[in-house]
Design a protein around this ligand. Sequence first.
Ligand SMILES: [Zn+2]
Length: 279
Amino acid sequence: MKFALVNGEKTEATLGAKGICRACGSDLIAKCGEIKIHHWAHKGNRNCDPWWENEKEWHRGWKGHFPVDWQEIIHRDKNGEKHIADVKTDQGWVLEFQHSYLKPQERRERDAFYQNLVWVVDGTRRERDIPQFKRALSEGAMISAKLKIHSVFSDECALLREWVGCRASVFFDFAEGNKSKGGSLWWLLPWSPGGSAFVLPFSRADFIGLHQTKPEQGDLDFRAILKILIESVSRFISKSRAQTRAQELQLLAQQQQFLRSRGPKSRPQYSVRKGRRRL
Ligand SMILES: [Zn+2]
């Protein structure tokens, strides 16, 4: 963990320091070696939150975009289950930064535990993920040029396969323009009718800005933007269903016309057979 309580204050680990876990109240030891990032550890290295993932620079970089008061927030549900959210914004969004692979069942548990959840997933962990994602994009179709929404198949891309169907928004961080806060994340929309995945590039700076500060009156917040995107996908699906129906009707009409046009020619054959049968 990045923070422990030291003299009642939320404090980062420093060499030789001792602190208390803000989640379970146990003693924590500051680990300030040269290999792993400086952190607080429970004795025996067992974390009180089974969902906790050992942090890397990548996690700390993301958390660092938000105020200390929003980082490592302890959540309890009505049954007393307790977990530590990476960031909780003042607009009520929980941001979880996920580097390692997550079993689908655990992902669903977290989706259910945190009501307003947004995942940011490290897309650089496996070498194959970026080429697979690019291929999925090139084989997919742009369904809204204005909003840059792409419809992609998830079958051939492990990252998409693992995250499609998630009920929360997922942002893949492929480290595009990482250092300058520029570049884009790829937003996988929390809606996948018929197993299709819908993705769009979304500026890293906008993502951070939207969650960092409450929008001014008249500006769209994260929820409003998500709603617009979902509506756009929904319109596209209704339109393509209507097109498919129209194509089906056109095909049916052509088949009927074809059968009608063949009708008179087939009659003599029938009458011949009929005649034979009579003999
Ligand atoms: Zn603890």
